[in-house]
Every structure is written in C-alpha cells, then in structure tokens.
Design a protein around this ligand. Structure first.
Ligand SMILES: Nc1ncnc2c1ncn2[C@@H]1O[C@H](COP(=O)(O)OP(=O)(O)OP(=O)(O)O)[C@@H](O)[C@H]1O
Ligand SMILES: [Mg+2]
Length: 463
C-alpha cells in the first residue's frame, strides 16, 4: 500500500486511535510502538525501541508471544486472546491480530494490532460469575438429599395403590422413567421414593427443573463445558457427571427444547456425554427420571415431547391421578396435614366440621395435594378453637361452586324449592361460623334475631 501522506500524519493517527500497534524486525526487536500500547503496558517508547521483545515483556516467551510466533512461521494470526503482565505486574488481556511483514516473500518482521479487552474481560467474568450464582440457585442440587420414601406417600385409593406397587417394582430395576401428574400431585415425592428404594440410594440424587433455564444454559448445565467453548467458559462437569452412579431427576421435561431432547435421547442410548465445546466423550452411569405436569400423550401431540424420547422413558407408565379423582384421599390427607401442623405450630386442632368435609369433597383441587396442604396450613394460622370451620377456608372455596349450582338446578325443579335450599345453606353456614351464636349469625346475615329464629324453626335447622 502506498501513501501520499507525510509519515508524521500516520504517527498522529496511530497515536490517537484506541488500538495498540507494535512492530518488530527480523531479529525480534521493537521497531514501532504507538502511544496506547505504551500507556497500557507501562513502557517508555524511547527506552524500548531497539530492544528485544522478550526483554521488554519478561512474562512472554518465544511461544506465547504472538509477534514472535508470526515472525517465525510467517503466518498471520487473527483475533487471538492474549494474557500477559507488564513489568510492573499489571495483568493485561488483549485481542490481537498479528501479521507478517514480508519482502520478496521473506518475513522481515511482524506487526500487531491489539485491542485492550482487560475491562471487557473483567466485566464478562463478573457477568459469568453472577450468572453462575443464579444458576446455582435454580439448579436445586439436592445431592444425597432425597428425603422421601414410599411410606410418605399416603393413599387409600386403589389407583394410587397400584401406582405405588408398580413404582416399587420399577425402583428395583434400573430403567429410565417418566412420571406424570398435574401440579402438586406428588411427582417429586414419588421420584425421590423411587431413588431411595433402588440400588442407587447411596449415590447422588440431583434434580433440575428444565423450565427454569434458557436452552443454551440448560445444555451446559446438563452436559458441562470445556474451556474455550464460549467466552468465560471453564472446565466444568455437568449434572450428568455430578450425578454419576445416581439419579438425575429432570422435572418439566416438556419445557426442554426439542433439539436438546434429541441430545438427551442419544445420551440415554449411548450412556456417554460430551461437554459443550469438547471433542471427547465421557462414560456416565446415570438413571434418568423425567417428569411432566401435562399428560405425556398430549405433550407428544402438541410437539412438546419427542415421541422417541417418550417411548424410551415410558416403558413403565407412572401417571399420578389428580386429587379430585381420588376423593377418598382428601380427608385422609387433610388429617395428616392437621397433625403435621399441630406438631409444627404447637396446636391441638382436632379436625374439620362436617360442612368443611363437604366443601373439600366437592371442590376440584386444581393445585392438588399442595393446595390442600396450603388450605390446612392457612386455616390453622387463623383458626380460633379446635376445629377448622368454613370461615377458616379461603373465599374461593366457600363461595358457590359451579358444581353446586348445577346440583341445585338438577335437584330442584322450581325456583321456590331452590331458594328455600339456598336460604337453609346460608343460615347453616352463618350458624357454623358464629359457633352456634344466634345473635352473631343474624348480624352476619343482616336480619333481625327473631326473624332468624323463626326461619330456623320453619326450615327445621337445629342449634
Ligand atoms: N400422597 C401424598 N401423601 C402425603 N403428602 C403428599 C402426597 N402427595 C403429595 N404430597 C405433598 O404435597 C406437596 C406437593 O408434592 P410434590 O412437590 O411432590 O408435587 P409435584 O407433583 O412435584 O408438584 P409440581 O408439579 O408443582 O412440582 C409436597 O409437600 C408433598 O409432600
Ligand atoms: Mg415438583
């Protein structure tokens, strides 16, 4: 390239750009250095010119200096990340492009254009560190901490009994499994029980929710990373390696991106994983138990779960029925939770009223057992007395349910009888809330005490 400019102009430009520019001759001596490099590397340009590069940068070697490497090989190096310390001990990170200077095909020197990325690097490491910290929170590493066993799964429902015995059999085997059930039906409880009843009970139990992380992070969390695979990546084992010998619980597998599901299937088939950015594969011995909170067939039909992965996992089907389909468990579990919170809160609650039982049996429990647990805990915090009453329940449960209105419609042919029934229910509820106190119940209903008394007599409501 020819220039019609005065070299002085070139010097001014080179001294005032943000990139560093340095050049060496065929002996490796510094022949050019602009101001940004001098400032960045704490060197005095006049003292350094003519000196060998390794004399100026004692922390570098023939091999680690990109300038000297290019001088020796005659080949350019683009965007190379270099780390070195100045003679004052300051650590510098640069991104270099180094080119040979050739004359008649012979390398007579090298020139390097470098960008100081020390601050960017520090910032990226900070971001990476923060990200790792948040991931660690998301990745519920419950190493050796599967606490539940089959004895903790309470049920008198025949479908549940069958499920339990099937799960116990599955626990003794070693195949990968798929557990499904609506939210709060006890999937985690069942998965932990399977781990604890099997041969892997002494090995780690690791749980990861696949919906909690973006897909690229999920991949590196599951399979690990190899240094250099992306900026800031270090050599790190993934959950498959950490869970080696034990169980890996992949919750909400239907939220895992399809490509990652394909990779997972390969791992299950081959028993080998490859860290992100690595060339070699590693043998792992992990039992995978996946879970979905939607019906697996629906997840497959909606394209949320790969069919081949579903077949691979679903050799033994473990579907937990929702609470509304096992009504006989509702009062059993309600009493179990009452006892549990009696112990925790130092209370002596004895049970629920008949009316509460009825509401519990008619309610559809969208949040299943977890919801029942919360309802009982909530009631026990506000309750005044020894029995959980309608007034202690959340409002959404005690208002008229869709089902109740439908029942009313089908039970009572005419409006008059339906109104009488509603009136009766209102009065009974108010009496229950007031603990049998007529004055308070009348106040709640907004009618005089005497009116309430005569209505009770007419409707056959006893105190
Ligand atoms: N059969 C059961 N007997 C006793 N407790 C149960 C039973 N099933 C569930 N529980 C309790 O209900 C709560 C919810 O259970 P779990 O966390 O296992 O549900 P989940 O299906 O994993 O829910 P999600 O889909 O929301 O993660 C837990 O406190 C658990 O101990
Ligand atoms: Mg769960």
């Amino acid at each position: 390239m020819k220039s019609i400019y005065d070299p002085l102009i070139v010097d001014i430009v080179l001294d005032n750009i943000s990139n560093g520019v340095q050049a060496i001759n065929e002996k490796g001596e510094l022949i050019f250095c602009n101001r940004p490099v001098a400032i960045q590397d704490d060197i005095n340009i006049n003292d350094s010119l003519g000196k060998h590069l390794l004399e100026i940068y004692p922390s570098l070697t023939e091999a680690s200096s990109t300038l000297l490497r290019v001088l020796n090989t005659g080949e350019a190096i683009y965007d190379f990340e270099q780390e070195y310390s100045t003679y004052k001990g300051k650590m510098i990170h640069t991104l270099n492009t180094t080119l040979p200077i050739k004359k008649d095909g012979v390398t007579i020197g090298a020139i390097e254009i470098s960008k100081d990325i020390t601050d960017v690097k520090a910032l990226s490491e900070k971001v990476h560190h923060l990200r790792e910290k948040t991931i660690k929170k998301e990745v519920a590493i419950i190493d050796d901490d599967a606490i539940y066993t089959f004895q903790d799964i309470l049920s008198v429902n025949p479908k549940m009994q069958l499920l339990k015995s099937r799960a116990m059999r599955a626990a003794r085997g070693d195949m990968h499994l798929l557990v499904s059930g609506e939210t709060g039906t006890g999937k985690e409880l069942l998965v932990q029980s399977i781990h604890n009843a099997g041969t892997r009970t002494k090995a780690p139990f690791i749980a990861q929710n696949c919906a909690a992380l973006p897909s690229t992070l999920l991949e590196s969390i599951l399979f690990g990373t190899q240094k250099g695979s992306f900026t800031g990546a270090t050599d790190k084992p993934g959950l498959f390696e950490i869970a080696n010998g034990g169980t890996l619980f992949l919750d909400e597998i239907n939220s895992m991106p399809m490509e990652l599901q394909a990779k997972l299937l390969r791992v299950l088939q081959e028993g080998k994983i490859r860290r992100v950015g690595d060339v070699k594969t590693r043998q792992v011995d992990v039992r995978v138990i996946a879970a979905t909170n939607v019906e697996p067939n629906t997840a497959v039909a909606e394209g949320k779960l790969r069919r081949d992965l579903y077949y691979r996992l679903n050799i033994i089907s473990l579907e937990i029925p929702p609470l509304r389909e096992r009504k006989e468990d509702i009062l059993l579990l309600a009493n179990y939770f009452i006892n549990k919170f009696n112990d925790a809160l130092y209370l002596q609650v004895q049970g629920v009223t008949k009316k509460v039982e009825q509401i519990f049996l008619n309610y559809n429990w969208p949040g299943n057992i977890r919801e029942l647990e919360h309802v009982i805990r909530g009631a026990m915090h506000i309750l005044d007395g020894k029995t959980i009453r309608v007034a202690d329940l959340p409002k959404n449960m005690t208002g008229y349910q869709e089902d109740e209105i439908v029942t009313l419609k089908s039970e009572y042919a005419d409006l008059k009888t339906a109104l009488i029934s509603v009136e009766k229910q209102f009065i009974e509820r108010a009496m229950e809330t007031s603990g049998g106190n007529i004055t308070n119940a009348a106040k709640d209903l907004g009618i005089p005490r005497t009116t309430l008394q005569s209505k009770m007599k007419k409707l056959g409501i006893e105190l």
